[in-house]
Ligand binder design. Sequence first.
Ligand code: ZN
Length: 243
Amino acid sequence: MSKPVYAILSDIHANLEGLTAVLEDAHNNGATNFVCLGDIVGYNANPVECVEIVRSLNCATVCGNHDHYCLLDEELKGFHPIAADAIGWTRRLLSDDDKAYLASLNFVERVENFTIVHSTLDTPQMWGYVFENLEAEASFNYQVTELCFFGHTHVPMAFEKSGDVNGGPFTALKLKLGKKYFVNPGSIGQPRDGDPRASYALFSLETKEVELRRVPYDFQTAQSKIRKAGLPEHLANRLALGR
Ligand code: ZN
């Protein structure tokens, strides 16, 4: 039996059209297993459907900041007002059962021989962003597996540590012995690197290769649902721009 191929899903953000297109692409490209790096909800208009789908995948999933804040009735301190609007709206929609599921998610999970986290390994509950080598370095200090996948920035990037840390945008990489990797597959539901296509990654345990995949999807439908729900217009506009 050949080794599994993992589809690495992140920052779905209640975008049903994006998630559906990615799952189809993953199935067509040999994915046998899934993991989810958090932020299943927030921003887009189908939080309930997206939570149901992720739950049905029965896969290792970590908690994102949007998932976390959708559970709490506390004030949304530190959130941009537009993000806070969407979180308030999502809170009213989710069932107690879905909230219990989100509440059960850990910040960090180990899957086979790799790790998954939403933000950083050094302080996962602080929701820091990793864009720079120095930020990746802090996380590497807590990384015990050769490979860790992270999300949160919505920008696909890969960092490699072998003494120094070097990182940047990537489309494919092959793990080399003795090095460590901290890899962001980008966002399914709200890409922010200027490419509006949904972003995710495939990781083959057999070849030790990570492939970034971009999937066109029907963002016009996602946009019209956002407008119909009365969510902020900006959230609809940005889907067309990938910003
Ligand atoms: Zn996010």
